[in-house]
Design a protein around this ligand. Structure first.
Ligand code: ASP
Length: 350
């Protein structure tokens, strides 16, 4: 496809800087990387002036390491996007890589019927360093956030992560590499676009939106969830303490392979009691690729019997965000369980 037409009018993108390695510099006292303000980033990016797109910026004060991302800050991002929704063609969020997949997942649920691109990106090396991956990631994300299709609609009307030449669905992403430039992958879903010399869009896999509907922002998230990984030798007393925490409303249970668990009566009993108390237990696999199929083996049949819901091929990040989102909106655990089973915005394959 020829995008020249799409650029004939200057598109507008809002660039939101939350922090992360991309804008960091070394603290001369400690030697550790710490977030610097947006001016530092722009000074190191002369290419900014040559972009074909009009860019306005918004920065978190102070910018943060994404390890400090929080539900309040997710709501802040939703507020910024909502308040500016009609003024821009798309949004780019500069974000640390460590929790980027959580934020992308959360935003995909919080921005219902999103019809514009919201692209998260960042880098493994700060923008001031010679071999930085930040420039390409940022410049390409801005281009992707402003590209339109033949009908003038956003080409990618969904929350995505762009990194190292790949545009990925946000709620399918996992950080896979702490050092390499290929920080992210979506093991259970194809890339939405590969950015080589030209953009190669996988149109078939991009969400189909109703562009006549308004975007509905959601702000409420309930953090009373836990991620709980099974392993051989897991101890009853420790599991009991976790499952009996009074505030607990949701558990992301990371099981073995296609959804299996040790066949211990006490484990089944504790899980059954938790589901009976109204806790939603979602079964996802510890494998990065593939899907849970409860009942395929005897070792997962018992989980089904205990009232556990399948998380299909969900990432852990997406399952956590979806539980927080549903718990923030519904009190009835049956509604939460039903909706956990439903594909809300491309997060699971059913
Ligand atoms: N610790 C950094 C962060 O997540 C890592 C990064 O940006 O790559 O903010």
């Amino acid at each position: 496809m020829n995008h020249d037409k799409a650029y004939s009018r200057k598109n507008k993108v809002l660039l939101i800087y939350t922090g992360g390695t991309i804008g960091m510099g070394r603290n001369p006292m400690t030697g550790a990387l710490e977030p610097l303000n947006f001016e530092h980033l722009i000074e190191n990016l002369p290419e900014f002036a040559y972009l074909q797109t009009d860019i306005d910026t918004y920065q978190f004060t102070p910018p943060i390491d994404s390890s400090d991302m929080s539900l309040r800050r997710w709501a802040q991002l939703v507020r910024i996007i909502t308040d500016n929704y009609n003024k821009y063609d798309g949004f780019v969020i500069l974000h640390g890589t460590d929790t980027m997949a959580y934020t992308a997942s959360a935003l995909s649920f919080m921005l219902e019927n999103l019809t514009k691109p919201v692209i998260l990106t960042g880098s493994q090396l700060p923008i001031g360093q010679l071999r930085t991956d930040g420039k390409e990631n940022l410049v390409t994300s801005i281009e992707l956030a402003s590209i339109k299709d033949e009908e003038g609609h956003a080409m990618v009307p969904e929350v995505c992560i762009y990194f190292n030449g790949r545009l990925l669905r946000g709620n399918r992403c996992t950080k896979q590499n702490a050092d390499g430039f290929d920080a992210f992958n979506s093991f259970n879903y194809p890339h939405l676009c590969d950015a080589g010399v030209e953009f190669s869009f996988n149109k078939h896999y991009i969400l189909k939106r109703d562009f006549t509907k308004p975007m509905i922002p959601h702000f409420a998230m309930d953090p009373n969830v836990v991620v709980f990984s099974l392993f051989p030798g897991i101890q009853q007393n420790i599991v009991r303490h976790v499952l009996e925490a009074p505030e607990l409303r949701g558990i992301v249970l990371r099981s073995f392979g296609s959804g299996n668990a040790p066949q211990k009566p006490w484990l089944q009993q504790l899980l059954k009691e938790a589901t009976r108390r109204g806790v939603t237990v979602v079964n996802i696999s510890q494998c990065v690729a593939g899907s849970v199929k409860m009942g395929r083996y005897e070792a997962s049949y018992q989980l089904k019997e205990a009232g556990i819901v399948t998380g299909y091929d969900s990432t852990v990040e997406s399952a956590v965000a979806k539980l927080m989102f549903l718990q923030g909106h519904y009190t009835d655990c049956n509604v939460i369980r039903t909706l956990m089973n439903r594909n809300l915005c491309g997060e699971i394959t059913k």
